[in-house]
Design a protein around this ligand. Structure first.
Ligand code: G1P
Length: 271
């Protein structure tokens, strides 16, 4: 059973500057709700019971957002505002599920995942990148279902325009069925020429604990960072089973300014 989800939150959010100079991108509201809360709600609906947030000293406001009890208690005591009481209850629910680990240097997703090693209790866990919202159909739920069926690791994927392949991790595919396929190989941000397909990795992964020892062996890759993609690649080479889940939902990229603005518009329209 997949009960734990880890969420890397230590990134600097430079693509959204100057907004992110004072506010973590994961707390920026999309149609009145912080980006991160969409991710949490998707996981909770899929049966996740515990979240591990990977933050940094520069992102302590994420901790404050969820752990600010005395502030709420004081205001609620004075105002007895029903709406606020409801919101505080929601925050208390999240609060019980969240643990923190720290990644004070932005050394990549692989390095972020490694920080969680001691807290992971089962053989598989979920990892979500909060830049990537998927609406309409619960992608984590689909992935957990596919994991149960295949007993393997799962990566969320969708076809992207060929000219954009160098923005993503790209999958090499085998035995394609209607909604999933076996992953033969994976390359982080390839050139158009070298891309083995146009199936891109979107930020949802079900990973095995074996990934930790693979990350430890990695040397910094693209951009001097430790990439989770490279650790996945070594596991695939060792015959670990990885499957691409071609998700049904709608993908919204919140990591760039135009994507962030569009996400708000699409969600408010109910698209
Ligand atoms: C990361 C991953 C990449 C994946 C992408 C999805 O890249 O390294 O493989 O396709 O997320 O959003 P980043 O967005 O951090 O450049």
């Amino acid at each position: 059973m997949i009960k734990q989800a880890i969420i890397p939150l230590a990134g600097l959010g430079t693509r959204l500057l100057p907004l992110t100079s004072v506010m973590p991108k994961e707390l920026m509201p999309i149609n009145g709700k912080p980006n991160l809360q969409y991710i949490l709600d998707e996981c909770i609906e899929a049966g996740v019971k515990e979240f591990i947030f990977i933050i940094s000293k520069k992102k302590l406001s994420i901790k404050k957002y969820f752990f600010n009890d005395s502030f709420y208690k004081k205001i609620i005591k004075k105002k007895k505002d029903k709406r606020l009481i409801g919101e505080y209850k929601k925050i208390k629910k999240y609060q019980k599920m969240i643990k923190f680990v720290y990644q004070n240097k932005p050394k990549g997703t692989g390095d972020a995942v490694l920080k969680c090693q001691k807290l992971i209790k089962s053989k598989y866990f979920l990892m979500l990148l909060p830049d990537d919202l998927i609406i309409k159909n619960n992608c984590s739920k689909e992935m957990i279902r596919l994991h149960k069926k295949t007993k393997g690791s799962i990566i969320a994927t969708k076809r992207v325009e060929r000219k954009t392949v160098s923005r993503w991790g790209i999958l090499s595919i085998q035995n394609k069925k209607k909604s999933y396929f076996r992953i033969k190989d994976v390359v982080e941000k390839p050139s158009i020429k070298k891309a083995p397909s146009n199936f891109a990795i979107i930020g949802r992964y079900i990973l095995p604990t074996k990934i930790f020892s693979e990350i430890k062996k990695l040397k910094p890759g693209q951009g001097g960072e430790i990439h989770i993609t490279d650790a996945i690649r070594s596991l695939i080479k060792k015959e670990y089973k990885f499957y691409g889940n071609i998700f049904k939902g709608r993908y919204l990229d919140c990591g760039t300014l135009s994507g962030y603005i569009n996400s708000g518009i699409q969600i408010s329209k109910g698209n």
